[in-house]
Design a protein around this ligand. Structure first.
Ligand code: FES
Length: 180
């Protein structure tokens, strides 16, 4: 007789910390589905994008179908299905930003990074996207890098912005080596 198998949950694609956060999140809302967008954002932050495994686990945790998760996820431009760079640069080229030089800013990012929109640098550090309004029209032209805004941009400010993120990355790596 073969050993009895106990039915267990499939292994999580998330870290134990994030899995615990999700457990708490689905309990927080009267309707579990209300946790969908925050869960997708947290999952994307940790995994890098919404992979099939991420979608399957989020659907299971909320108790809806994968198709329902995809239907919501495809609606929001901040959610993505393709890996982005560590620093995802979103350049708004909507009307206010466009009138104040957004395309010149975008071109400077392309030039500095050597990639086109939707591209990722070979070292995986940066990705570039052209996006619709990010709600910073009063300070156009504006960009968002992960959750950080930079506004009233000019092409000549682009190298400094990139250097800043490269510096953060270098400092973090140094910190890690020092901790070891
Ligand atoms: S048009 Fe660019 S932030 Fe609104």
């Amino acid at each position: 007789m073969s050993p009895k198998k106990t039915k267990s949950e499939p292994a999580s694609v998330f870290s134990p910390e994030l899995a615990a956060r999700f457990d708490a999140l689905v309990e927080k809302y009267p309707v579990k589905r209300s946790a969908l967008i925050p869960m997708l954002l947290y999952a994307q932050d940790e995994v890098g994008c919404l992979t099939d495994a991420v979608i399957a686990e989020v659907a299971r945790r909320i108790g809806i179908t994968e198709l329902e998760v995809r239907n919501v996820a495809t609606y929001y431009s901040m959610l993505r299905f393709k890996m982005a760079g560590k620093y995802n640069i979103q350049v708004c080229t909507n009307i206010s930003c466009m009138l104040r030089g957004a395309y010149e800013v975008l071109d400077r990012f392309r030039e500095e990074l050597g990639i086109d929109p939707n591209g990722v640098t070979p070292d995986g550090l940066f990705s570039l996207e052209e996006v619709e309004c990010i709600g910073a029209c009063c300070w156009a032209p504006a960009i968002q890098v992960n959750y950080e805004f930079h506004d009233e941009l000019k092409p000549e400010l682009v190298p400094g912005i990139l250097a800043g993120y490269r510096g953060i990355d270098r400092d973090k790596k140094k910190g890690k080596a020092g901790d070891a």
